[in-house]
Structure formats: structure tokens, C-alpha cells
Ligand binder design. Structure first.
Ligand code: CIR
Length: 256
């Protein structure tokens, strides 16, 4: 059965985003510009056929626009995570009230487990889980045991360099995988048709497949060309202000 998403949930970037966690060294994001880029991102999701719920900004949590880290939405249940960064752990409060509108079953990752949604890549019924600094063994184990209850599987991917698993990987369906950096060496990804992303375009390894279209960050012509040559429709959107906080396209939404 071909995968299809029908909805997305996004959260508006808050003014406090200027104090978000970052190792990018690209300076502080411009909040006004981030809001415009977020508008374009929502428009891109809608163009891919999604109905988008927009949650209002929450100034208590500078990184809360990166809503992907707070839940994993599977076809069978939504799993609310427990983010690994202390400043982000309370971002999940209130999420249940939103997801309950769309899901009959909501599972939760509990302390001392931690798991960021950015560390989870869905390939059919299988979920790859990046063992980043944000996701611990207990978190991955708990996540895998939840998946099993619904006939899905998960496996851990050891990693050392990137923030999240999907910082360096994006699954574009049809066995096509964007891949860069430390993941190139991993045997578990050899089964895919690997589209290697050049190190200078590494940020664009986080592109976003939605219903046959791939949303690609602006400014990465090599990656764009590679994705187009596979036959995908593409939408380019500027994410410069989110990049300043180490965030990419997938981080900005939950899709299901
Ligand atoms: C953080 O460090 O948590 C945020 N500044 C960026 C989160 C990006 N999220 C993602 O890759 N899924």
C-alpha cells in the first residue's frame, strides 16, 4: 500500500527562539523572518495535500517550533516522546490534547527514558532509531516495545557526530534514501538506493517527502538536482532562520 499523509501539526516559532539551543555558529535567528519562512513551510505542506493544524507559539520553550522531536506519529498510534534536552522536556505538555483529536491510541515515553522524534526514521513498518546524545538506550527500548505491540519493528543506529538521525538521512519512499556523513559507513543502510549528499550540502540531507513531492531547503542545487533526477516533484523553501538553531525541514512538523 502506498503511504499517504493527510495531516500535519506545526507550532509557530516564538520570539524566544533567539535563545534556542544551537551549535551551528550562524548567529541568532531573526524571528520576523522565521515567521515568514514558517508561513511558506505551511503553504508547502498544504500544496502537498495536507490539512495543517497550527499551534500557537509558546515563549516558555525557545525550541518548541521543532515539534517533530516531541512525538512520533505511526499509522497505529501516536507516541509522545520525552526529549533529551532538559530545556525541551516540558514541550510535550498539552500535546496529548491535540493528538487525541486524530488518534484513538496515544502512548508515552516515560522517565528515565529519553527519545527525540528527530532520531526516528520510518521506513514502512520499521523504525530506525538514532542513538544520539538526545536518545538513550531506555528510550529506544521503550519505543521498540511500544512498536511491537502494534506489529511494527525498530532498530538502533549508533551515531556520534550529528544532532539527530534525520540530520543526515531522509527516506523518500520507493527505497530511495538521502544519506550523508557518518551514516555512509553504516551497513544497515546499504539495502537502500542511496543518494549521497555532498558534505558542503549536508544540511539538505534533511529534506522532506510528502505524498510523492519532496520539499528541499533553498540553496542546495546539487541535492535538488539529484532528487529531481529521480523523478520527484520538488518544492523549495527557505529555512535559513531554523538552520541557525540546527533545525531542518522535518523538525518543523508532525505528519500523519
Ligand atoms: C535543538 O537543539 O533541540 C533544536 N535547536 C533543534 C532541533 C532540531 N530538531 C530536529 O532535528 N528534529
Amino acid at each position: 500500500m502506498t503511504k499517504r499523509f493527510s495531516r500535519a501539526v506545526v507550532k509557530r516559532p516564538c520570539a524566544e527562539m533567539v535563545n534556542g539551543i544551537t551549535k551551528a555558529g550562524l548567529g541568532k535567528p531573526d524571528h520576523e523572518l522565521a515567521l515568514k519562512q514558517h508561513d511558506s513551510y505551511i503553504a508547502a505542506l498544504e500544496k502537498c495535500g495536507l490539512e495543517v493544524e497550527v499551534i500557537k507559539a509558546d515563549n516558555r520553550f525557545p525550541d518548541s517550533t521543532f515539534i517533530e522531536d516531541t512525538a512520533v506519529c505511526t499509522p497505529h498510534c501516536a507516541i509522545i516522546t520525552r526529549p533529551g534536552a532538559a530545556s525541551r522536556q516540558k514541550e510535550t505538555a498539552g500535546l496529548k490534547d491535540i493528538l487525541v483529536k486524530y488518534y484513538g491510541i496515544i502512548e508515552e515515553i516515560n522517565s528515565p527514558s529519553t527519545l527525540d522524534g528527530g532520531d526516528v526514521m520510518m521506513v514502512g513498518d520499521h523504525y530506525y532509531i538514532g542513538m544520539s546524545e538526545r536518545t538513550n538506550d531506555e528510550g529506544a527500548d521503550q519505543f521498540i516495545s511500544i512498536l511491537k505491540k502494534y506489529g511494527m519493528t525498530g532498530s538502533k543506529v549508533e551515531m556520534k557526530e550529528m544532532l539527530h538521525l534525520k540530520t543526515g538521512l531522509s527516506y523518500l519512499e520507493n527505497n530511495n534514501l538521502l544519506i550523508t556523513g557518518e551514516f555512509l559507513k553504516k551497513p544497515e543502510f546499504k539495502i537502500f538506493n542511496r543518494i549521497e549528499i555532498d558534505p558542503q550540502e549536508a544540511y539538505s540531507a534533511n529534506s522532506l517527502w510528502i505524498n510523492g513531492t519532496v520539499i528541499v531547503p533553498e540553496g542546495y542545487s546539487g541535492t535538488l538536482e539529484k532528487i529531481r533526477s529521480l523523478g520527484y516533484e520538488t518544492i523549495i523553501t527557505d529555512t535559513s532562520e531554523f538552520r541557525k538553531l540546527d533545525g531542518g525541514l522535518s523538525c518543523l512538523s508532525l505528519r500523519f
